[in-house]
Design a protein around this ligand. Structure first.
Ligand SMILES: CC(C)(COP(=O)(O)OP(=O)(O)OC[C@H]1O[C@@H](n2cnc3c(N)ncnc32)[C@H](O)[C@@H]1OP(=O)(O)O)[C@@H](O)C(=O)NCCC(=O)NCCS
Length: 323
């Protein structure tokens, strides 16, 4: 029986930084309002012509370098994204070409802000079934291209970036010492499509559209559903919230992160928070936060990590893993 372990992480943020004060010059908002309601201080914005596949490729190259693998050893690439370069082909195939991962098959996953959790659980199943040895799992989004920069209700919340992990098949010698992904849970409720969506799409109006959101409704569902998902995934793993060493949540909003942590009775030091500097980068937010924690040496061997997210769809879920 194979198990899948994250053996390396990597991330990439575009150079340009847009602060709250910068935004206040173009829409009717203020640094104080944004900080108080969201905890966000700034976001990174892709340069003109910089595409999701560019962000994803940069993060991927760092994760591969950190893994010590040769790029030819990657046999699957999944890119979780809501902002593909093109309607088709999949951004993952463009990444494959850009990094030269000739031996890999590649496809995208679209589960909006839950995309990385869905992609990680998918890769885990490919590994457990013995079909894949080294999976490159990327969350990458260029939300700046689907934000309506005149809508203060949404434009203050989002940013661009990418994060990547290498998930590797490892043989379990002692099942009691199980390492890597221990359990995952994925959920969707399409009846809640309308509370977080874009105003366009290739089928509807041949446009990519802009983000539309019922903020309060999303907030309520986010806290409730992520907490329940974490508890049920821990339960599958035979663990409880007391076993969590680090929570790596989707970075949507500091108030959501704090509400989830409070309901799970987690102290501040057990929650990775990067939303102040990155804002909500959708599928990229968890792997960006994970790479941040990893590079700051906040994760110890054997730590129990919980990754959780909610996004448009609605989609939500969580992954429990032992580092
Ligand atoms: C978006 C969010 C920050 C808004 O906070 P809120 O406390 O619910 O605020 P409200 O929507 O009630 O708005 C309060 C007022 O602030 C105003 N407002 C909204 N955005 C503003 C901004 N950027 N700057 C200043 N005022 C703003 C509203 O127009 C409203 O004014 P009104 O009372 O005159 O109508 C909050 O609902 C939220 O975080 N929701 C979840 C969003 C999210 O994370 N989505 C992605 C999930 S993956």
């Amino acid at each position: 029986m194979f198990n899948s372990r994250i053996i390396a992480t990597g991330s990439y943020l575009p150079k340009k930084i847009l602060t709250n004060s910068d935004l206040a010059k173009t829409v009717d908002t203020s640094n104080e309002w944004i900080l108080e309601r969201t905890g966000i201080e700034q976001r990174h914005i892709a340069a003109e012509g910089e595409l999701t596949s560019d962000l994803a490729s940069e993060a991927a190259k760092k994760a591969i370098a950190n893994s010590g693998l040769k790029v030819e050893e990657i046999d699957m690439i999944i890119v979780a994204t809501t902002t593909p370069d093109l309607t088709f082909p999949a951004t993952a195939t463009t990444v494959q070409a850009k990094i030269g991962a000739k031996a890999a098959f590649a496809f995208d996953i679209q589960a909006v802000c839950s995309g990385f959790v869905f992609a990680l659980a998918t890769a885990d199943n490919f590994i457990k079934s013995g079909q894949v040895k080294n999976a490159l799992v990327i969350g990458a989004d260029k939300l700046s291209s689907i934000v309506d920069w005149t809508d203060r209700n949404t434009c203050v919340l989002f940013g661009d970036g990418a994060g990547a992990v290498i998930l590797q098949a490892t043989e379990e010698k002692n099942p009691k010492e199980k390492r890597g992904i221990v359990a995952s849970s994925l959920y969707s409720d399409g009846t809640l499509n309308d509370i977080l969506k874009t105003s366009g799409g290739p089928g509807l109006n041949q446009k990519s559209g802009f983000i539309e959101m019922a903020g309060k409704e999303v907030f309520k569902h986010a806290v409730d559903k992520m907490v329940k998902s974490v508890i049920s995934t821990l339960d599958k793993a035979g663990l409880t919230t007391k076993d969590i060493d680090l929570l790596v949540p989707h970075q949507a909003n500091l108030r959501i992160l704090n509400a989830v942590a409070t309901r799970l009775e987690l102290p501040e030091e057990k929650v990775i928070i990067t939303v102040q500097k990155h804002a909500n980068t959708s599928a990229a937010s968890i792997p960006l936060a994970l790479d941040h924690a990893n590079s700051q040496k906040k994760i110890k061997d054997g730590d129990v990590l919980v990754l959780e997210a909610l996004g448009g769809g609605l989609t939500w879920g969580s992954v429990v893993l032992k580092w």
